[in-house]
Design a protein around this ligand. Sequence first.
Ligand code: ATP
Length: 236
Amino acid sequence: MTVLSVRNLETFYGAIMALRGVSIDVKQGEIVTILGANGAGKTTLMKTIAGLMEPEKGSIEFNGNSISGHEPDRVVAEGVVLVPEGREVFPYLTIEENLRLGAHTRRDNYAEDLELVYSYFPILKERRKQSAGYLSGGQQQMLAIGRGLMARPALMMLDEPSLGLSPLLTQEIFDIISRLNAEQQVTMLLVEQNAHIALATAHTGYVLEMGRIVMGGSTEKLRASDDIQEFYLGRS
Ligand code: ATP
């Protein structure tokens, strides 16, 4: 079942057309990755879906309902959460305060979700009373994902979860992303510069170049493509 359906999306920064008619589908339970060079429009795509930017044209449907043009908080309440890169946590708030902010659109009790986040990221529980600014880069990334989970998302969009992390920490974060997908049924849209790990983790993917989708399909198919091998996996 398709949960997210984006059609012919066009988004501008002033006169600059960052998305030039983007269409993607995300099915329930999938991890879908978007590959693309710097400036291809990956962040713009996620920001537009999250309601942080308004598209000029096109449609965004989540579970069959249009979410295009909805306020960011409303998109979160509808189940779609953007996890920005880890450096965007609130450094002067404690870890637990950061996590509680992730639940601010919810009216129900989220104590259980706090425990759920701590079960995936025990280090955050150990350090829960400390300011987030003192966390390492990897721990801040964990906190950003944990904060996203607190909204109990049906679809989590992750922007560059490996940014600035060592290969070991990157692997650790991606293992948790896979577990959250398998164990908590969180569908994922993943933007990632590291095409090796993105293609190993995701089920399907798209390639975005200069605001346009130029390729899409299963990650097996993408990995077999000569262009992907040459331009994204560094083999010739
Ligand atoms: P990166 O990996 O570098 O973040 P990206 O694929 O996420 O790249 P976007 O950040 O979405 O790319 O940018 C898409 C295009 O929009 C680029 O050409 C970029 O220069 C332009 N752009 C992005 N942000 C702005 C802005 N605030 N004002 C003007 N142009 C912008």
